[in-house]
Write a protein that binds this ligand. Structure first.
Ligand SMILES: CC(C)(COP(=O)(O)OP(=O)(O)OC[C@H]1O[C@@H](n2cnc3c(N)ncnc32)[C@H](O)[C@@H]1OP(=O)(O)O)[C@@H](O)C(=O)NCCC(=O)NCCS
Length: 170
């Protein structure tokens, strides 16, 4: 079972271990330095203090071990996007799905959203599978923009080719 909690500055070394190896193959493409990890956490804490709140970032914990990061971003008053990354040695245990289910609940309650979207790289079917298990439905592919002009960006995915598989959940 996994639990979610807010990030703290001393999570930076654990974050560098999450953003490494196979976990960055379809996402950032680059390992995270300790300085970048600190910046990422500071940014998450700053975004958490904003009103109205547009971003929620949680650490994913297995016991006391920080194994991943999952984020929810408000893109319009009623629509948000989710993204996640887990440390490679924790894959295949259903942890990303459990974390996504927690965040879907928070999105439709605490955040007051009524629609969620998420994207994954076409060569990353495991991420699509996580979304389907969390109740998302495949709606197509996108080059970062949907038909209504909304920019859909999985922040963990960058510079890996134009197309993204888009999934939606209501
Ligand atoms: C994608 C990721 C989050 C999955 O984490 P996880 O904890 O292993 O996910 P889960 O165990 O909850 O579910 C994984 C599912 O994908 C399936 N899967 C794994 N590899 C697969 C593959 N190559 N093809 C198809 N399905 C695959 C698993 O079988 C499982 O489905 P099942 O329960 O029906 O068997 C993890 O691999 C990761 O962090 N990747 C790098 C970051 C990333 O891609 N983030 C998403 C982009 S925003």
């Amino acid at each position: 079972m996994v639990t979610l909690r807010a990030l703290a500055l001393d999570d930076a070394p654990a974050l560098t271990r999450i953003y490494s190896g196979a976990s960055i193959r379809h996402t950032t493409g680059k390992p995270l330095t300790l300085d970048q990890a600190h910046d990422k956490i500071r940014n998450a804490l700053a975004r958490a203090a904003e009103t109205p709140r547009a971003q929620w970032s949680w650490g994913i914990l297995h016991g006391s071990d920080l194994i991943g990061l999952i984020s929810l971003r408000r893109r319009t008053p009623s629509m948000g996007t989710i993204s996640y990354i887990l440390r490679e040695d924790s894959w295949g245990n259903g942890y990303a799905t459990q974390a996504a289910n927690h965040v879907v609940s928070a999105a439709f309650t605490t955040a007051g959203l009524n629609r969620l979207e998420a994207m994954h790289h076409p060569d990353n079917p495991a991420s699509g599978r996580v979304l389907v298990k969390a109740g998302f439905t495949h709606v197509g592919t996108a080059d970062r923009h949907t038909d209504d002009g909304t920019v859909l960006r999985c922040p963990e995915v960058s510079g890996q080719g134009p197309n993204r598989v888009v999934l939606s959940r209501k």
